[in-house]
Design a protein around this ligand. Structure first.
Ligand code: PMP
Length: 361
């Protein structure tokens, strides 16, 4: 290896692989929890009108005031709470780490969970502590989490509500116990809020260490890269100091504000996805050998017959369907695959392909 790389790049970074996104051209894309629906044509035409005349020679509004107003209008953000925008919620996770990172500082979450909490902590030089979820239903092991909080005194605690990649929603009382026990910030990550009926948004302000993080990605705007953080203004003022100037670009600001004014379109799509989730869940249950877990998100985690996850992933890809193979990523996810809920046609293709792969062996 190049000696300079060896001496300069931190060993923990050298040991990583860059975030890999599989090639998906021509495949039915059920790997990344995207909304499968595009916008109605009339809406697309109106959106293009809003882009006309935009001055791309100028930097964007640094705080995205118009977009903030549109978010407050559409998303029931408590009036007295602060709002901070990120280039996807991934950037907010990075800003949170940069705000508190110092040698020995810790990030705590539950495993299996969203990998970027750990990854970004590592980039920022923080240690990650993952407390295993309960094996049978992926619920929080409350005594274990409280004990870990006491022992590790984490600066940041992340709880995804609902959780990725398991799809379940944690017990709200358990979450409250954790918020009350944590010495630092607790970030409730509501990336999948459109697909469930419970939220902590109305509770921000009840504790001075609670932040709620959301994204527009899963609601149907993954291409725009926009996340937002809601919480006590004094906390957000500190986190705002590590934000890169102009982090949310002009096209995203204008397009997201436009889309939020037409939120009814996305709500309708969300309802369709939720209904399809039930149908897909039922269809998966009927396939011998599959054990799908309940989901409050726009994806379903399924246990498959032992040792078959890799072959099923490959077989589905050959059938033109890209999903996520989680086998080997965490002991609790052995023999697990994850499917995004797609359109009725996409889900039907998935079910047909799974049936044929599981009955012809
Ligand atoms: N949080 C969770 C729980 C997620 O699953 C994801 C994306 N998979 C994110 C955050 C990141 O979302 P964004 O697209 O806003 O960066």
């Amino acid at each position: 290896m190049n000696a300079r790389i060896e001496s300069l790049v931190r060993p923990e970074i050298r040991a990583l692989r860059a975030y890999h996104v599989p090639e998906s051209a021509g495949l039915i894309k059920l790997d990344a929890m995207e909304n499968p629906y595009t916008w109605p044509e009339a809406l697309q035409a109106d959106w293009l009108e809003t882009l006309r005349g935009l001055e791309l020679n100028r930097y964007p509004d640094p705080k995205g005031h118009a977009l903030q107003a549109a978010l407050r209008e559409a998303m029931e953000i408590p009036e007295d709470m602060g709002l901070l925008l990120g280039n996807g919620s991934d950037e907010l996770i990075q800003m949170l780490a940069l705000t508190v990172a110092a040698p020995g500082r810790k990030i705590l979450s539950v495993d299996p969970g969203f990998v970027m909490y750990r990854m970004i902590g590592l980039f920022a030089g923080m240690d990650y502590v993952g407390v295993p979820l309960q094996a049978e239903d992926f619920s929080i092991d409350l005594p274990a989490v409280l004990e870990a909080i006491e022992r590790e005194q984490p600066a940041l605690v992340y709880l995804a509500y609902p959780n990725n990649p398991t799809g379940n929603r944690f017990d709200a009382d358990d979450m409250v116990r954790i918020i009350e026990a944590a010495p630092g910030l607790v970030i409730v990550d509501e990336a999948y809020a459109p697909f469930t009926d419970s939220s902590f948004m109305g509770l921000v302000g009840d504790w001075d260490n609670l932040l709620v993080m959301r994204t527009v990605s899963k609601m149907g705007l993954a291409g725009l890269r926009l996340g937002y953080l809601v919480g006590p203004p004094d906390w957000l003022a500190e986190i705002d100091k590590v934000r890169l100037p102009y982090n949310v670009n002009v096209l995203t600001q204008v397009s997201a504000a436009f889309a939020l004014k037409h939120k009814a379109v996305f709500d309708e799509q969300t309802r369709t996805i939720r209904a399809e989730r039930t149908r897909l869940q039922d269809a998966l249950h009927r396939i011998p050998g599959l054990h799908p877990y309940p989901s409050e998100a726009n994806f379903i985690l399924t246990r498959v017959p032992e040792g078959r996850a890799g072959a099923l992933f490959d077989g589905l890809k050959q059938a033109g369907i890209l999903i996520k193979n989680l086998d080997g990523t965490h002991p609790l996810l052995a023999d697990c695959l994850r499917f995004t809920v797609g359109t009725p046609e996409e889900n039907a293709a998935l079910v047909t392909a799974l049936e044929s792969l599981l009955t012809t062996s």
